[in-house]
Write a protein that binds this ligand. Structure first.
Ligand code: FES
Length: 115
């Protein structure tokens, strides 16, 4: 992870266990999810169509899209239930002195844009 560029987002105390918060890193809309003792950073835009996932539901590691109900696993982004077929890009996350920092995954496909 030596060449990843971590960017501060929000304080860990702002993210309750079981909760999620949207944020923007280098112009990309992300969603931070706190699951029990772990943190995950995924794209906030569904891979099926243009919907913001923070308006959906997080239950454990299962993130449900508010528009058509696709379900993703926030640990690795894979699709648990359609209609989405493409996995959700997952990014790098760490905590430094109560600050949640995120680095974009270099191999992530370009973020979808609203049109
Ligand atoms: S936009 Fe998310 S399932 Fe369709």
């Amino acid at each position: 992870m030596a060449d990843l560029r971590f960017v501060p987002t929000l304080s860990l105390s702002a993210l309750r266990p079981g909760g999620m918060r949207p944020c923007t890193v280098e112009g990309r809309e992300l969603l931070l999810c706190r699951v029990k003792d772990s943190l995950h950073a995924v794209d906030n835009i569904c891979t099926h169509a243009f919907a913001r996932l923070h308006e959906g539901r997080l239950r454990g590691t299962r993130l449900t899209c508010p528009l058509h109900g696709a379900v993703f696993d926030v640990r690795d982004g894979h699709v648990l239930k359609g209609p989405a077929t493409e996995p959700l890009p997952v990014h790098h996350v760490r905590v430094v002195a109560d600050q949640v920092e995120v680095a974009l995954e270099p191999s992530a496909p370009p973020a979808p844009s609203e049109f």
